[in-house]
Design a protein around this ligand. Structure first.
Ligand SMILES: [Zn+2]
Length: 327
């Protein structure tokens, strides 16, 4: 009984964890370095005062509120948000279809719908501050989640949660391996278990190896995508391509599934850790891109409103002047 509960709760926790606390913090901290001055001001305005505008401090908030371990009394009130952390596609279907996978015409309750919805809320100057603060906190997290390939995994194995096996002889499941175990191993072996050293390394990668990719990663390739540059369907399709080619394949290139236990080690780790790091960096580029774009559009919107107000005031003055003159 206890064992069954343990398995269930570990599935439940890993299901919503996204990158795990470290991965989410890394994405947010990298994104912070690419914010414009105006965006820095904007996030400081919308995040609680104690964060001093640090996105990374609240990057795991949507995981914390929904877990009975970290929010034992209130988590039930947030259960509605659980399905917003991911999307699933039919097994070995190597593309994403909004209607099929996220019920686009009605509910849109998946990470794609969540990102579209919260970018709109954050950009809407008519929303109240509390709504916009919540939208920002969800967005920071979900743009991280959507770059973890198994957050767009196969439905039959619940994004890799039901595929079990061993990673360097440690029992785990495929989803947890991508959420946490690979990052933990990397930091432990190559960065003296120091997350800050790993952050410095990724920051350097962003500025060197990936510097020429930033502008392309910051854009939506087609006009159909959101004008807030939140091209979530593109990001999901990137995951699915990776899933079919690498993530769901073992060291002999054999597809992994729920019916056999995987044994993964050096080969899988060495050939996939670069993919994982690129996804963290892409997540940060997209997150900063979306915030910068929203702040820019909002500035235009304020200008427009101000100009309209001015033209209204000058219209009233003219009208009154006319009245006086005629009188
Ligand atoms: Zn999540």
């Amino acid at each position: 009984m206890f064992f069954a509960f343990f398995i269930l709760s570990s599935i439940y926790i890993s299901k919503v964890n996204g990158w795990g606390v470290t991965g989410h913090a890394l994405v947010a901290k990298l994104a912070q370095t690419m914010l414009t001055k105006e965006s820095e001001k904007f996030v400081r305005n919308y995040l609680p005062w104690y964060t001093i505008g640090n996105l990374s401090m609240l990057a795991s908030w949507p995981d914390i509120i929904v877990s009975p371990n970290t929010n034992p009394i209130d988590y039930l009130n947030w259960l509605w948000s659980r399905e917003l952390h991911y999307v699933n596609v039919p097994d070995w279907t190597c593309n994403y279809d909004r209607n099929r996978d996220c019920n686009w015409t009605s509910r849109q309750r998946c990470v794609d719908g969540a990102i579209q919805n919260y970018t709109k809320q954050l950009a809407d100057i008519n929303q109240d501050n509390i709504q916009r603060q919540e939208a920002l906190k969800f967005l920071v997290h979900f743009i991280g989640d959507i770059h973890q390939p198994l957050h767009a995994g196969f439905v039959g194995d619940k994004g890799g949660n039901l595929i079990r096996g061993n990673f360097f002889d440690k029992p785990t499941n495929l989803h947890a391996l991508w959420d946490q175990l690979m990052i933990e191993r990397r930091i432990l072996l190559d960065f003296q278990n120091d997350e800050n050293k790993y952050y410095d390394y990724l920051f350097n990668l962003l500025q060197t190896t990936y510097a020429h990719n930033i502008s392309q990663w910051s854009k939506c390739p087609s006009d159909e995508e959101s004008h807030y540059v939140a091209c979530s369907t593109v990001w999901i399709n990137e995951n699915i391509e990776l899933n079919c080619a690498y993530i769901y394949r073992d060291e002999d290139n054999k597809p992994m599934n729920i019916s056999y236990e995987f044994r993964l080690g050096e080969t899988y780790y060495n050939t996939r850790i670069g993919i994982l790091e690129q996804r963290l960096i892409q997540g940060s580029v997209r997150l900063s891109g979306v915030i910068n774009k929203i702040v820019k559009l909002q500035k235009h919107e304020h200008h427009r409103k101000k100009n309209n107000d001015y033209s209204f005031v000058s219209y009233v003055i003219l009208f009154v002047e006319n009245l006086i003159n005629n009188y």
